[in-house]
Design a protein around this ligand. Structure first.
Ligand SMILES: NC(=O)c1ccc[n+]([C@@H]2O[C@H](COP(=O)([O-])OP(=O)(O)OC[C@H]3O[C@@H](n4cnc5c(N)ncnc54)[C@H](O)[C@@H]3O)[C@@H](O)[C@H]2O)c1
Length: 262
């Protein structure tokens, strides 16, 4: 039996094959879910449409998540094409490159607002607008990173946005719990994607990460996809408001054995 049989999953954030959202879409499709995809803008259409065929997604629609009207229109289309959904995945983030470099205190007001809007508020707005379009016992999933809880070089405003996103997950879990809907996030280790390329020094952090993590390797978008299947399935029926690490165990390490003494 496939774990997500008869579930419909609406997934935001596929930009290309490296996207974490793509790992999630593949894993959910493998486990029997009907997949629907939404991408940010027209320039991504030529990449996302061919990928959608691999996961048999018939619903593939553009939606800029900074625009509430666009979100409302998207859910109207979801309703008429798919009916009610069971799973919503938010795998979306954005910050100006200039704000992912240098000291955090030099973040501009507009850069702060942009990062917060795309990377945090859009999840709350999606949850809000999706409510009339959910089956019973639905599940929401957002993507976060360790930089939400510890200061990570150059992650800067994105760390602050992820901290707010993680707090949102808890508040939304309390809001939606009485309706039996669950809200969780995965805190993924570093993965080489378009979004990650914007963080100054990412490559060196990626290399150091694998040396420090207990599993001695970096995670893949398939690792994240498999955990996403569990969190959005009935197997996780008692789990909500959680930040679940898929990071080769990096977060449990205090002092790395690989650090050489002077
Ligand atoms: N790659 C990593 O190391 C890593 C680690 C932990 C968490 N994450 C998180 O995973 C999520 C997915 O990122 P990724 O690494 O797969 O990179 P990615 O670049 O493949 O995905 C980011 C997605 O956000 C979308 N997006 C940006 N602005 C948008 C908007 N206004 N409306 C709609 N969509 C918009 C992009 O089009 C893209 O599809 C993000 O939340 C990211 O912060 C990434």
């Amino acid at each position: 039996m496939s774990i997500l049989n008869e579930k419909k999953a609406l997934i935001f954030g596929v930009a290309n094959k490296r996207s974490i959202a793509w790992g999630i879409a593949k894993a959910m499709h493998r486990e029997g879910a009907t997949i629907a995809l939404s991408y940010a803008n027209q320039s991504l259409e030529k990449r996302v449409k061919p990928l959608s065929k691999e996961v048999e997604a018939s619903f593939v629609e553009e939606c800029d998540l900074t625009d509430d009207k666009a979100i409302e229109n998207l859910f109207n289309k979801v309703q008429s094409n798919l009916g009610k959904i069971d799973i919503l995945v938010h795998s979306v983030a954005f910050a100006d490159r200039d704000d992912l470099n240098g000291p955090y205190h030099s973040t501009s007001r507009s850069g702060f607002q942009l990062a917060m809007d795309v990377s945090c508020f859009s999840f709350t707005s999606l949850v809000h607008h999706s409510l009339p379009h959910l089956n019973d016992d639905s599940s929401f999933l957002a993507m976060t990173y360790y930089g939400a809880e510890k200061a990570v070089p150059s992650y800067n405003v994105m760390g602050v946005a992820k901290a707010a996103l993680e707090a949102s997950v808890r508040y939304l879990a309390v809001d939606l719990g009485p309706k039996s809907h669950r809200v969780n996030a995965i805190s993924a280790g570093p993965i080489r994607t378009l979004a990650a390329a914007g963080v100054s020094g990412f490559k060196s952090m990626h290399n150091k990460f694998a040396k420090t993590a207990p599993l001695k390797r970096n995670v893949t978008n398939d690792d994240v996809g498999n955990a996403a299947v569990y969190l959005c399935s009935n197997l996780a029926s008692g789990v909500t408001g959680e930040i679940h690490y898929v990071d080769s165990g990096f977060n449990i390490v205090g002092i790395s054995k690989t650090i050489k003494e002077d």
